[in-house]
Design a protein around this ligand. Sequence first.
Ligand SMILES: Cc1cc2nc3c(=O)[nH]c(=O)nc-3n(C[C@H](O)[C@H](O)[C@H](O)COP(=O)(O)OP(=O)(O)OC[C@H]3O[C@@H](n4cnc5c(N)ncnc54)[C@H](O)[C@@H]3O)c2cc1C
Length: 364
Amino acid sequence: MRAIIIGAGIAGLAAALRLSQIGWDSLIIERAPTRRSGGYAVTFGGLGYDAAERMGILPDLLQRAFVTEEIVYHKPNGQRRFSLGREIIAATMGPRTMNILRGDIETVLYDTVRDSAEIRFATTITAVDQDTRAVHATLSDGTVEHADLLIGADGLHSATRALVFGPEEDYLLDLGHRVAVYMLDRRPASIAPGTAGTLSAGGRTVAVISAGDDRNVAFFGYRTERGARHDDRGDDRGDDPATVLPQVYGDLGWVIPEVLASMARTDSVYFDTISQVVAPPGAATAWSCSATPPGASPCSPATAPPWPSAAPTGSAPNWNATPATSAPPWPPGRRHYGPRWRRSRNSAAGSKASTPPPTRCCCG
Ligand SMILES: Cc1cc2nc3c(=O)[nH]c(=O)nc-3n(C[C@H](O)[C@H](O)[C@H](O)COP(=O)(O)OP(=O)(O)OC[C@H]3O[C@@H](n4cnc5c(N)ncnc54)[C@H](O)[C@@H]3O)c2cc1C
């Protein structure tokens, strides 16, 4: 049996590994010219931990895991507000959990699967068709590949999802935040080795984590107006974080000017909206889908600050925009799933009424 997997991220590589373990061949198609191994710290536990154990990659992941000795929370002026020590951090994480960089999860998967799957970089999918015998994927390198299964693991802006189900605005639920993450070429002096520092002010959060082996990562998360458009296109399309981040964070001190300046020296910046993909009912069973591995909580409290909770103030900057609380938080264009969700919200009891549905499927 043969699978074509679009996207060599965590979902795509994990799918290829599991398929190879049950005797399938996989062709992985990745748009980027090389691996994209960036990303912030993930608190990796729960179902994801169990799955990694069953897939045989847990020892390699644990080898790359790191311990955070202290998380220091700063005031907007940069002064220390309070901190959490190693024991409290460990207690919030619980057993069978680790802190690990997203890129290290990807590296472990890549190293494990590279000999059993073909990976074609700088290539994407341009058309998909199927008949009773196979699925046929036309690729940007001019080839047409045939397989028993096509898996769309090409992230939030999945081309596979668009080809099969329609434009992403029908499925993408903008949660009203943006995130930017990149590796730093040196540790800011005020971030002690093995610690993390974070600052939240006016709907904006910054965090820097020293993740061992002299690797340091910066995280920016801020509120936007829903529908603010951005594509994670490997830094070559969409908004330029080198322009946007200084506009959003330029008034803040602490390590922020130094961290912003180092963006010019990093290989790549992950910069995208925080969104949820809600696939049409039935799609999860009809098509293979990708999602953050169960139990993996990017930006979790132990390694990154919670989203800012301060009530937004001011009117001009859009990162202070008040998140809608009463209106249904899906974009007007998402017509397939919205009405169904609306009905279930209205009939749900108590606090569940305002809880978005779980991500049913995240084709990319
Ligand atoms: C470099 C990077 C850094 C990230 N950092 C963070 C972070 O710090 N915090 C966080 O919460 N989330 C981050 N994310 C998102 C997070 O990894 C995913 O939301 C989650 O892990 C689900 O993984 P995924 O494999 O489905 O998607 P992704 O991790 O987004 O991987 C999708 C892969 O598909 C490739 N791809 C995209 N479009 C196409 C196409 N048309 N054809 C072929 N390939 C395509 C992408 O280049 C990428 O390699 C990051 C993603 C990337 C790519």
